[in-house]
Design a protein around this ligand. Structure first.
Ligand code: ADP
Ligand code: ASP
Ligand code: MG
Length: 464
């Protein structure tokens, strides 16, 4: 049996959390066999690193010096508590200080150059995981386990798309067989940095914010693991984000597609890219609470399990803009949509949802709010001739919209669900601006004004 277990930022957020996490790891190795552990940075650390680097790029030296102080304090406190009177403490503390010195040196270089490249940003933001993995491994050793911190730069080989790198799976699998499998076979517990990888040339990359979940799935595939477990700070995947809907409940079982839909449309509990490696290899995925380990959490299973007709969950993505290209001259003209999305892609912006009016007189699509300006400029350029001929009348953005997504694989075959959703919204004064069927056909997405987002989520949740 091989298990991959990932612990998120709060699960390694301070000495107490790391102690609990170490207990769960030890228990897993004893009960279930080979356990590869993936860790995130301690909570808030990645934000601190990124803020420091971005500040440096605009000349804010105080900002990154302050970030460095906070990093020293946070990691120092954990080390002092977990490794007190342990012979390894000075060496681990010195190693962490070296990382933070390097953070300051990199920020200093960015400050002087006045430029922050994506590559430098990855070098800086990956340090959080490099530090947390070292602390946790040393603590496990102190507790008598044979643990070893391991940088995923040695395991996950990626392309050079910094900040959102994609794994090269054959190379990654080979590295894992070479470097990781022997450790597992000899009873070592590898504590692997989440979030990071490296190019074929060894340059550090990151997989995107929240990407440690994805790291676990990649390693799960590379090791042909029996299961992948994501340990977080809530009792599994819930019917809504419990921060916004206090009555949210755990969903005991979800299909890959349902959870993919939820993750894609804003449920932060799982990074959306986590699903593909596990689904393609039929690896069961569990989401559990490291602060409440006896709770069974959520099990993600194959898409063939019988779906009942109910709505299972509701989620939301805020801070979006809905861009509309409209004009009577668009009807029946081939290639308009292709050109519109080409113009968006040129700006490296991804589209979250598309909705086309049946008359073909308008296409609307949602993009991140901070991209609206450059997307419109790009569309105006692409359709300059049509705008002049008035085949396209208008290209405009409705700012401050939220996508609310309702998920449940059985909804499709069950009449009346959409009716219930729309009456719940209508009765509560929420105007639906656009509608689209979700990307994996097990959800319905609605675009509403940002001010209505919370009301919409709560009233749809009341139907569950
Ligand atoms: P980690 O650091 O463990 O990766 P994250 O903060 O990335 O944790 O994700 C866990 C958080 O996701 C929860 O604390 C919760 O607020 C949020 N969340 C959003 N939607 C959901 C949902 N449907 N079910 C559970 N948690 C959700
Ligand atoms: N530490 C990284 C982040 O904050 C990755 C993760 O937590 O999954 O984005
Ligand atoms: Mg996360």
């Amino acid at each position: 049996m091989t298990l991959v277990m990932k612990f998120g930022g709060t699960s390694v957020g301070d000495a107490a959390a790391m102690r609990r996490t170490a207990g769960l790891i030890a228990h897993s190795q004893k009960e279930m066999g080979a356990t590869a552990v993936v860790v995130s940075a301690m909570s808030k650390v990645t934000d601190l690193l990124l803020r420091g680097a971005h500040g440096a790029a605009v000349g804010d030296e105080d900002g990154f010096r302050q970030a460095a102080r906070e990093l020293r304090e946070k990691h120092g406190a954990a080390v002092n508590e977990l490794l007190a009177r342990h012979p390894e403490r000075p060496a681990v503390a010195a190693e962490l200080n070296q990382f933070i010195d390097r953070f300051e040196a990199l920020c200093q270089a960015v400050l002087i150059l006045g430029e922050l490249t994506p590559r430098a940003l990855d070098a800086v933001s990956g340090m959080g995981e490099q530090m947390s993995a070292r602390i946790l491994a040393a603590y496990l050793r102190r507790e008598g386990y044979d643990a070893q911190a391991l940088d995923a730069a040695e395991l996950i080989v990626t392309d050079n798309n910094f900040q959102s790198a994609a794994p090269l799976m054959p190379e990654t699998a080979a590295q894992c067989q070479r470097r990781l499998r022997p450790l597992l076979d000899s009873g070592v517990i590898p504590i692997i940095t989440g979030f990071i990888g490296a190019t074929v040339d060894g340059v550090l990359t990151t997989l995107g914010r929240g990407g440690s979940d994805y790291s676990a799935a990649i390693l799960g595939q590379a090791l042909a693991a029996n299961e992948v477990w994501i340990w977080t700070d809530v009792d599994g995947v819930m019917t809504a984000d419990p921060r916004y809907v206090p009555t949210a409940r755990t969903i005991p079982q979800l299909t890959y597609r349902e959870v993919a839909e939820l993750a894609y449309y804003g449920a932060k509990v799982l990074h959306p890219k986590t699903i593909r490696p596990v689904i393609e290899n039929g690896i069961p995925l569990r989401i559990k609470n490291s602060f409440n380990p006896d709770h069974p959490g959520t099990l993600i299973v194959g898409d063939n399990v019988a779906a009942n007709g109910a709505i299972k969950a509701v989620t939301a993505v805020a801070n979006l803009a809905l861009i509309t290209v409209e004009g009577k001259g668009m009807m029946g003209v081939p290639g308009i949509a292709a050109r519109a999305f080409g113009a968006v892609a040129d700006k490296q912006v991804s589209v979250l949802l598309i909705s086309q009016a049946s008359s073909e007189q308008s296409i609307s699509f949602a993009v991140p709010g901070d991209a609206a300006e450059r997307v419109i400029a790009s569309l105006e350029q692409a359709f300059a001739a049509e705008l002049q001929r008035q085949d396209v009348d208008r290209i405009w953005a409705q700012r401050e919209v939220t996508i609310v997504t309702v998920v449940g694989a059985g909804m499709r075959g069950t009449p009346g669900i959409a009716g219930q959703i729309f009456s719940a919204l209508g009765q509560n004064g929420v105007n639906v601006i656009a509608i689209a069927q979700g990307s994996s056909e097990c959800g319905i997405s609605l675009v509403v004004d940002a001010a209505d987002g919370g009301t919409a989520v709560n009233h749809i949740h009341a139907l569950i």
